[in-house]
Design a protein around this ligand. Structure first.
Ligand code: ZN
Length: 412
């Protein structure tokens, strides 16, 4: 853990494990395995499941589908009343621990969950086929190592797939292409799912105050379930009430929908979580550099992307530079230097454009020996060897260019 306390941990429901985690990792958000609780519920309430076929489906719906804590609490209450289970001690006990296992209570904490419920269920069966109730402690250690080796092999294969194969893109979006190059395959598939869903989840502006614009984003026909996204126009940041990014590190369809409305065409760097990228293990390649590589060099689209990229870099610069007076002075000097370099690059570009225009528009190209009137060569722009003003008569301008194979003079 590199000397750092983990943000979150997920364990079995065992009481001793809970006590150990509370003792050793008091600052860490402790989550109990939801799938263990669901399995235990089915076992404890087998008779209810057999009598009421809809019980299990409803139970899962309230556990997984609640959008707010209030919604979960009120639905749970009416759910128990409907099945006459208000006095059931087991259900009372799991309800009292709901803060530690029902997803809606943990959305503000990063758990690194990007897997679907089916995948998570499979993950929970890590030891299936390796150990059972009769496994001795000696055999358990051997089987544990065996299970771990198989798990590592699966991970290696997934890594190879991510690096060596190209996913099928479903949209012409530059953001999808960028994500395909950045993310591991599994994470990209999840991201792609969210991106495609933006087509069915339009963003509607409801308020604007300073740099903050607020949107409601909802699926067609489900406006009552709208999520609220607050978008900062200057910083290109957005927060969604669903808190999916905070929980999983993958940006949600609601924020992506707002990005689409605001013409944010590539993923802002602060939304690229390194652990989900292809280079997460090697540490090679900065996501910002990769992000730059995705920028095309022309077109109106690229102009917007350049502006967005520069804005994000500038914001980070401002944040770092404001931390102390020393940082501030260094930052100001660096900005002045940067301004000079940008101005020089702009001038160089303008000179090149001038030469190109002159060469393309000249009336006649002649050799040096054919020229009678030549002023002493005057360099125009230090270090710019490609443009030298050599002579100027009443209506004639002579420009020497360094076009190969020999110097030529253009007459205008
Ligand atoms: Zn959202």
């Amino acid at each position: 853990m590199s000397g750092q306390t983990p943000v979150s941990i997920t364990t079995d429901t065992d009481h001793l494990i809970q006590m150990a985690v509370a003792h050793v990792l008091p600052e860490t958000r402790h989550r109990l395995c939801k799938w263990s609780i669901i399995r235990e519920t089915k076992e404890k309430l087998t008779h209810v499941c057999q009598t009421h076929p809809t019980f299990e489906t409803e139970f899962m719906k309230y556990v997984n589908g609640s959008e707010t804590i209030e919604e979960f609490k009120s639905q749970w209450k009416s759910f128990l009343e409907r099945y006459y289970l208000t006095d059931n001690e087991y259900l009372q006990s799991i309800y009292s621990a709901c803060r530690h296992w029902v997803p809606v209570f943990m959305r503000e904490t990063f758990f690194g969950d990007v897997l679907s419920d089916q995948d998570n269920d499979a993950k929970n069966t890590f030891f299936n086929g390796y150990v059972d109730a009769s496994t001795s402690i000696q055999l358990l250690i051997k089987q544990y190592e065996k299970a771990l080796t198989i798990w590592h092999e699966k991970e290696l294969k997934a890594d190879l797939d991510s690096v060596n194969t190209t996913p099928v893109l479903k949209t012409p979006s530059p953001m999808e292409k960028q994500a395909a190059n950045l993310y591991t395959r599994k994470v990209f598939i999840k991201f792609q799912e969210e991106l495609v869903e933006t087509l069915a989840n339009p963003a509607t502006k409801i308020d604007e105050s300073g740099t903050i614009t607020t949107y409601h984003v909802a699926k067609f026909g489900e406006e009552h379930k709208a999520h609220t996204v607050r978008f900062n126009t200057f910083e290109l940041t957005a927060n969604c009430s669903c808190l999916m990014f905070e929980f999983s590190g993958i940006i949600c369809r609601h924020v992506l929908s707002v990005f689409r409305a605001k013409n944010v065409l590539t993923l802002p760097s602060q939304y690229i979580v390194k652990r989900w990228t292809i280079n997460a293990k090697t540490g090679s390649g900065s996501t910002v550099e990769e992000y730059r590589l995705e920028l095309p060099s022309n077109s109106q689209e690229s102009l917007t992307m350049h502006q967005n990229s520069l804005r994000q870099e500038a914001i980070k610069f401002v944040e770092e530079g404001a931390k102390s007076i020393h940082h501030y002075n260094v930052a100001v000097n660096a900005l002045k230097e940067a301004a000079k370099k940008v101005a020089a690059a702009k001038k160089k570009n303008a000179d090149k454009t001038l030469v190109n225009n002159l060469v393309n528009g000249c009336n006649q190209v002649v050799d040096e020996g054919d020229i009678d009137l030549v002023d002493s060569g005057q360099s125009k722009g230090r270090g710019h060897k490609d443009i030298i003003l050599v002579g100027k008569a009443s209506n004639t301008l002579l420009i020497r260019t360094n076009l190969p194979p020999n110097d030529k003079y253009c007459v205008f």
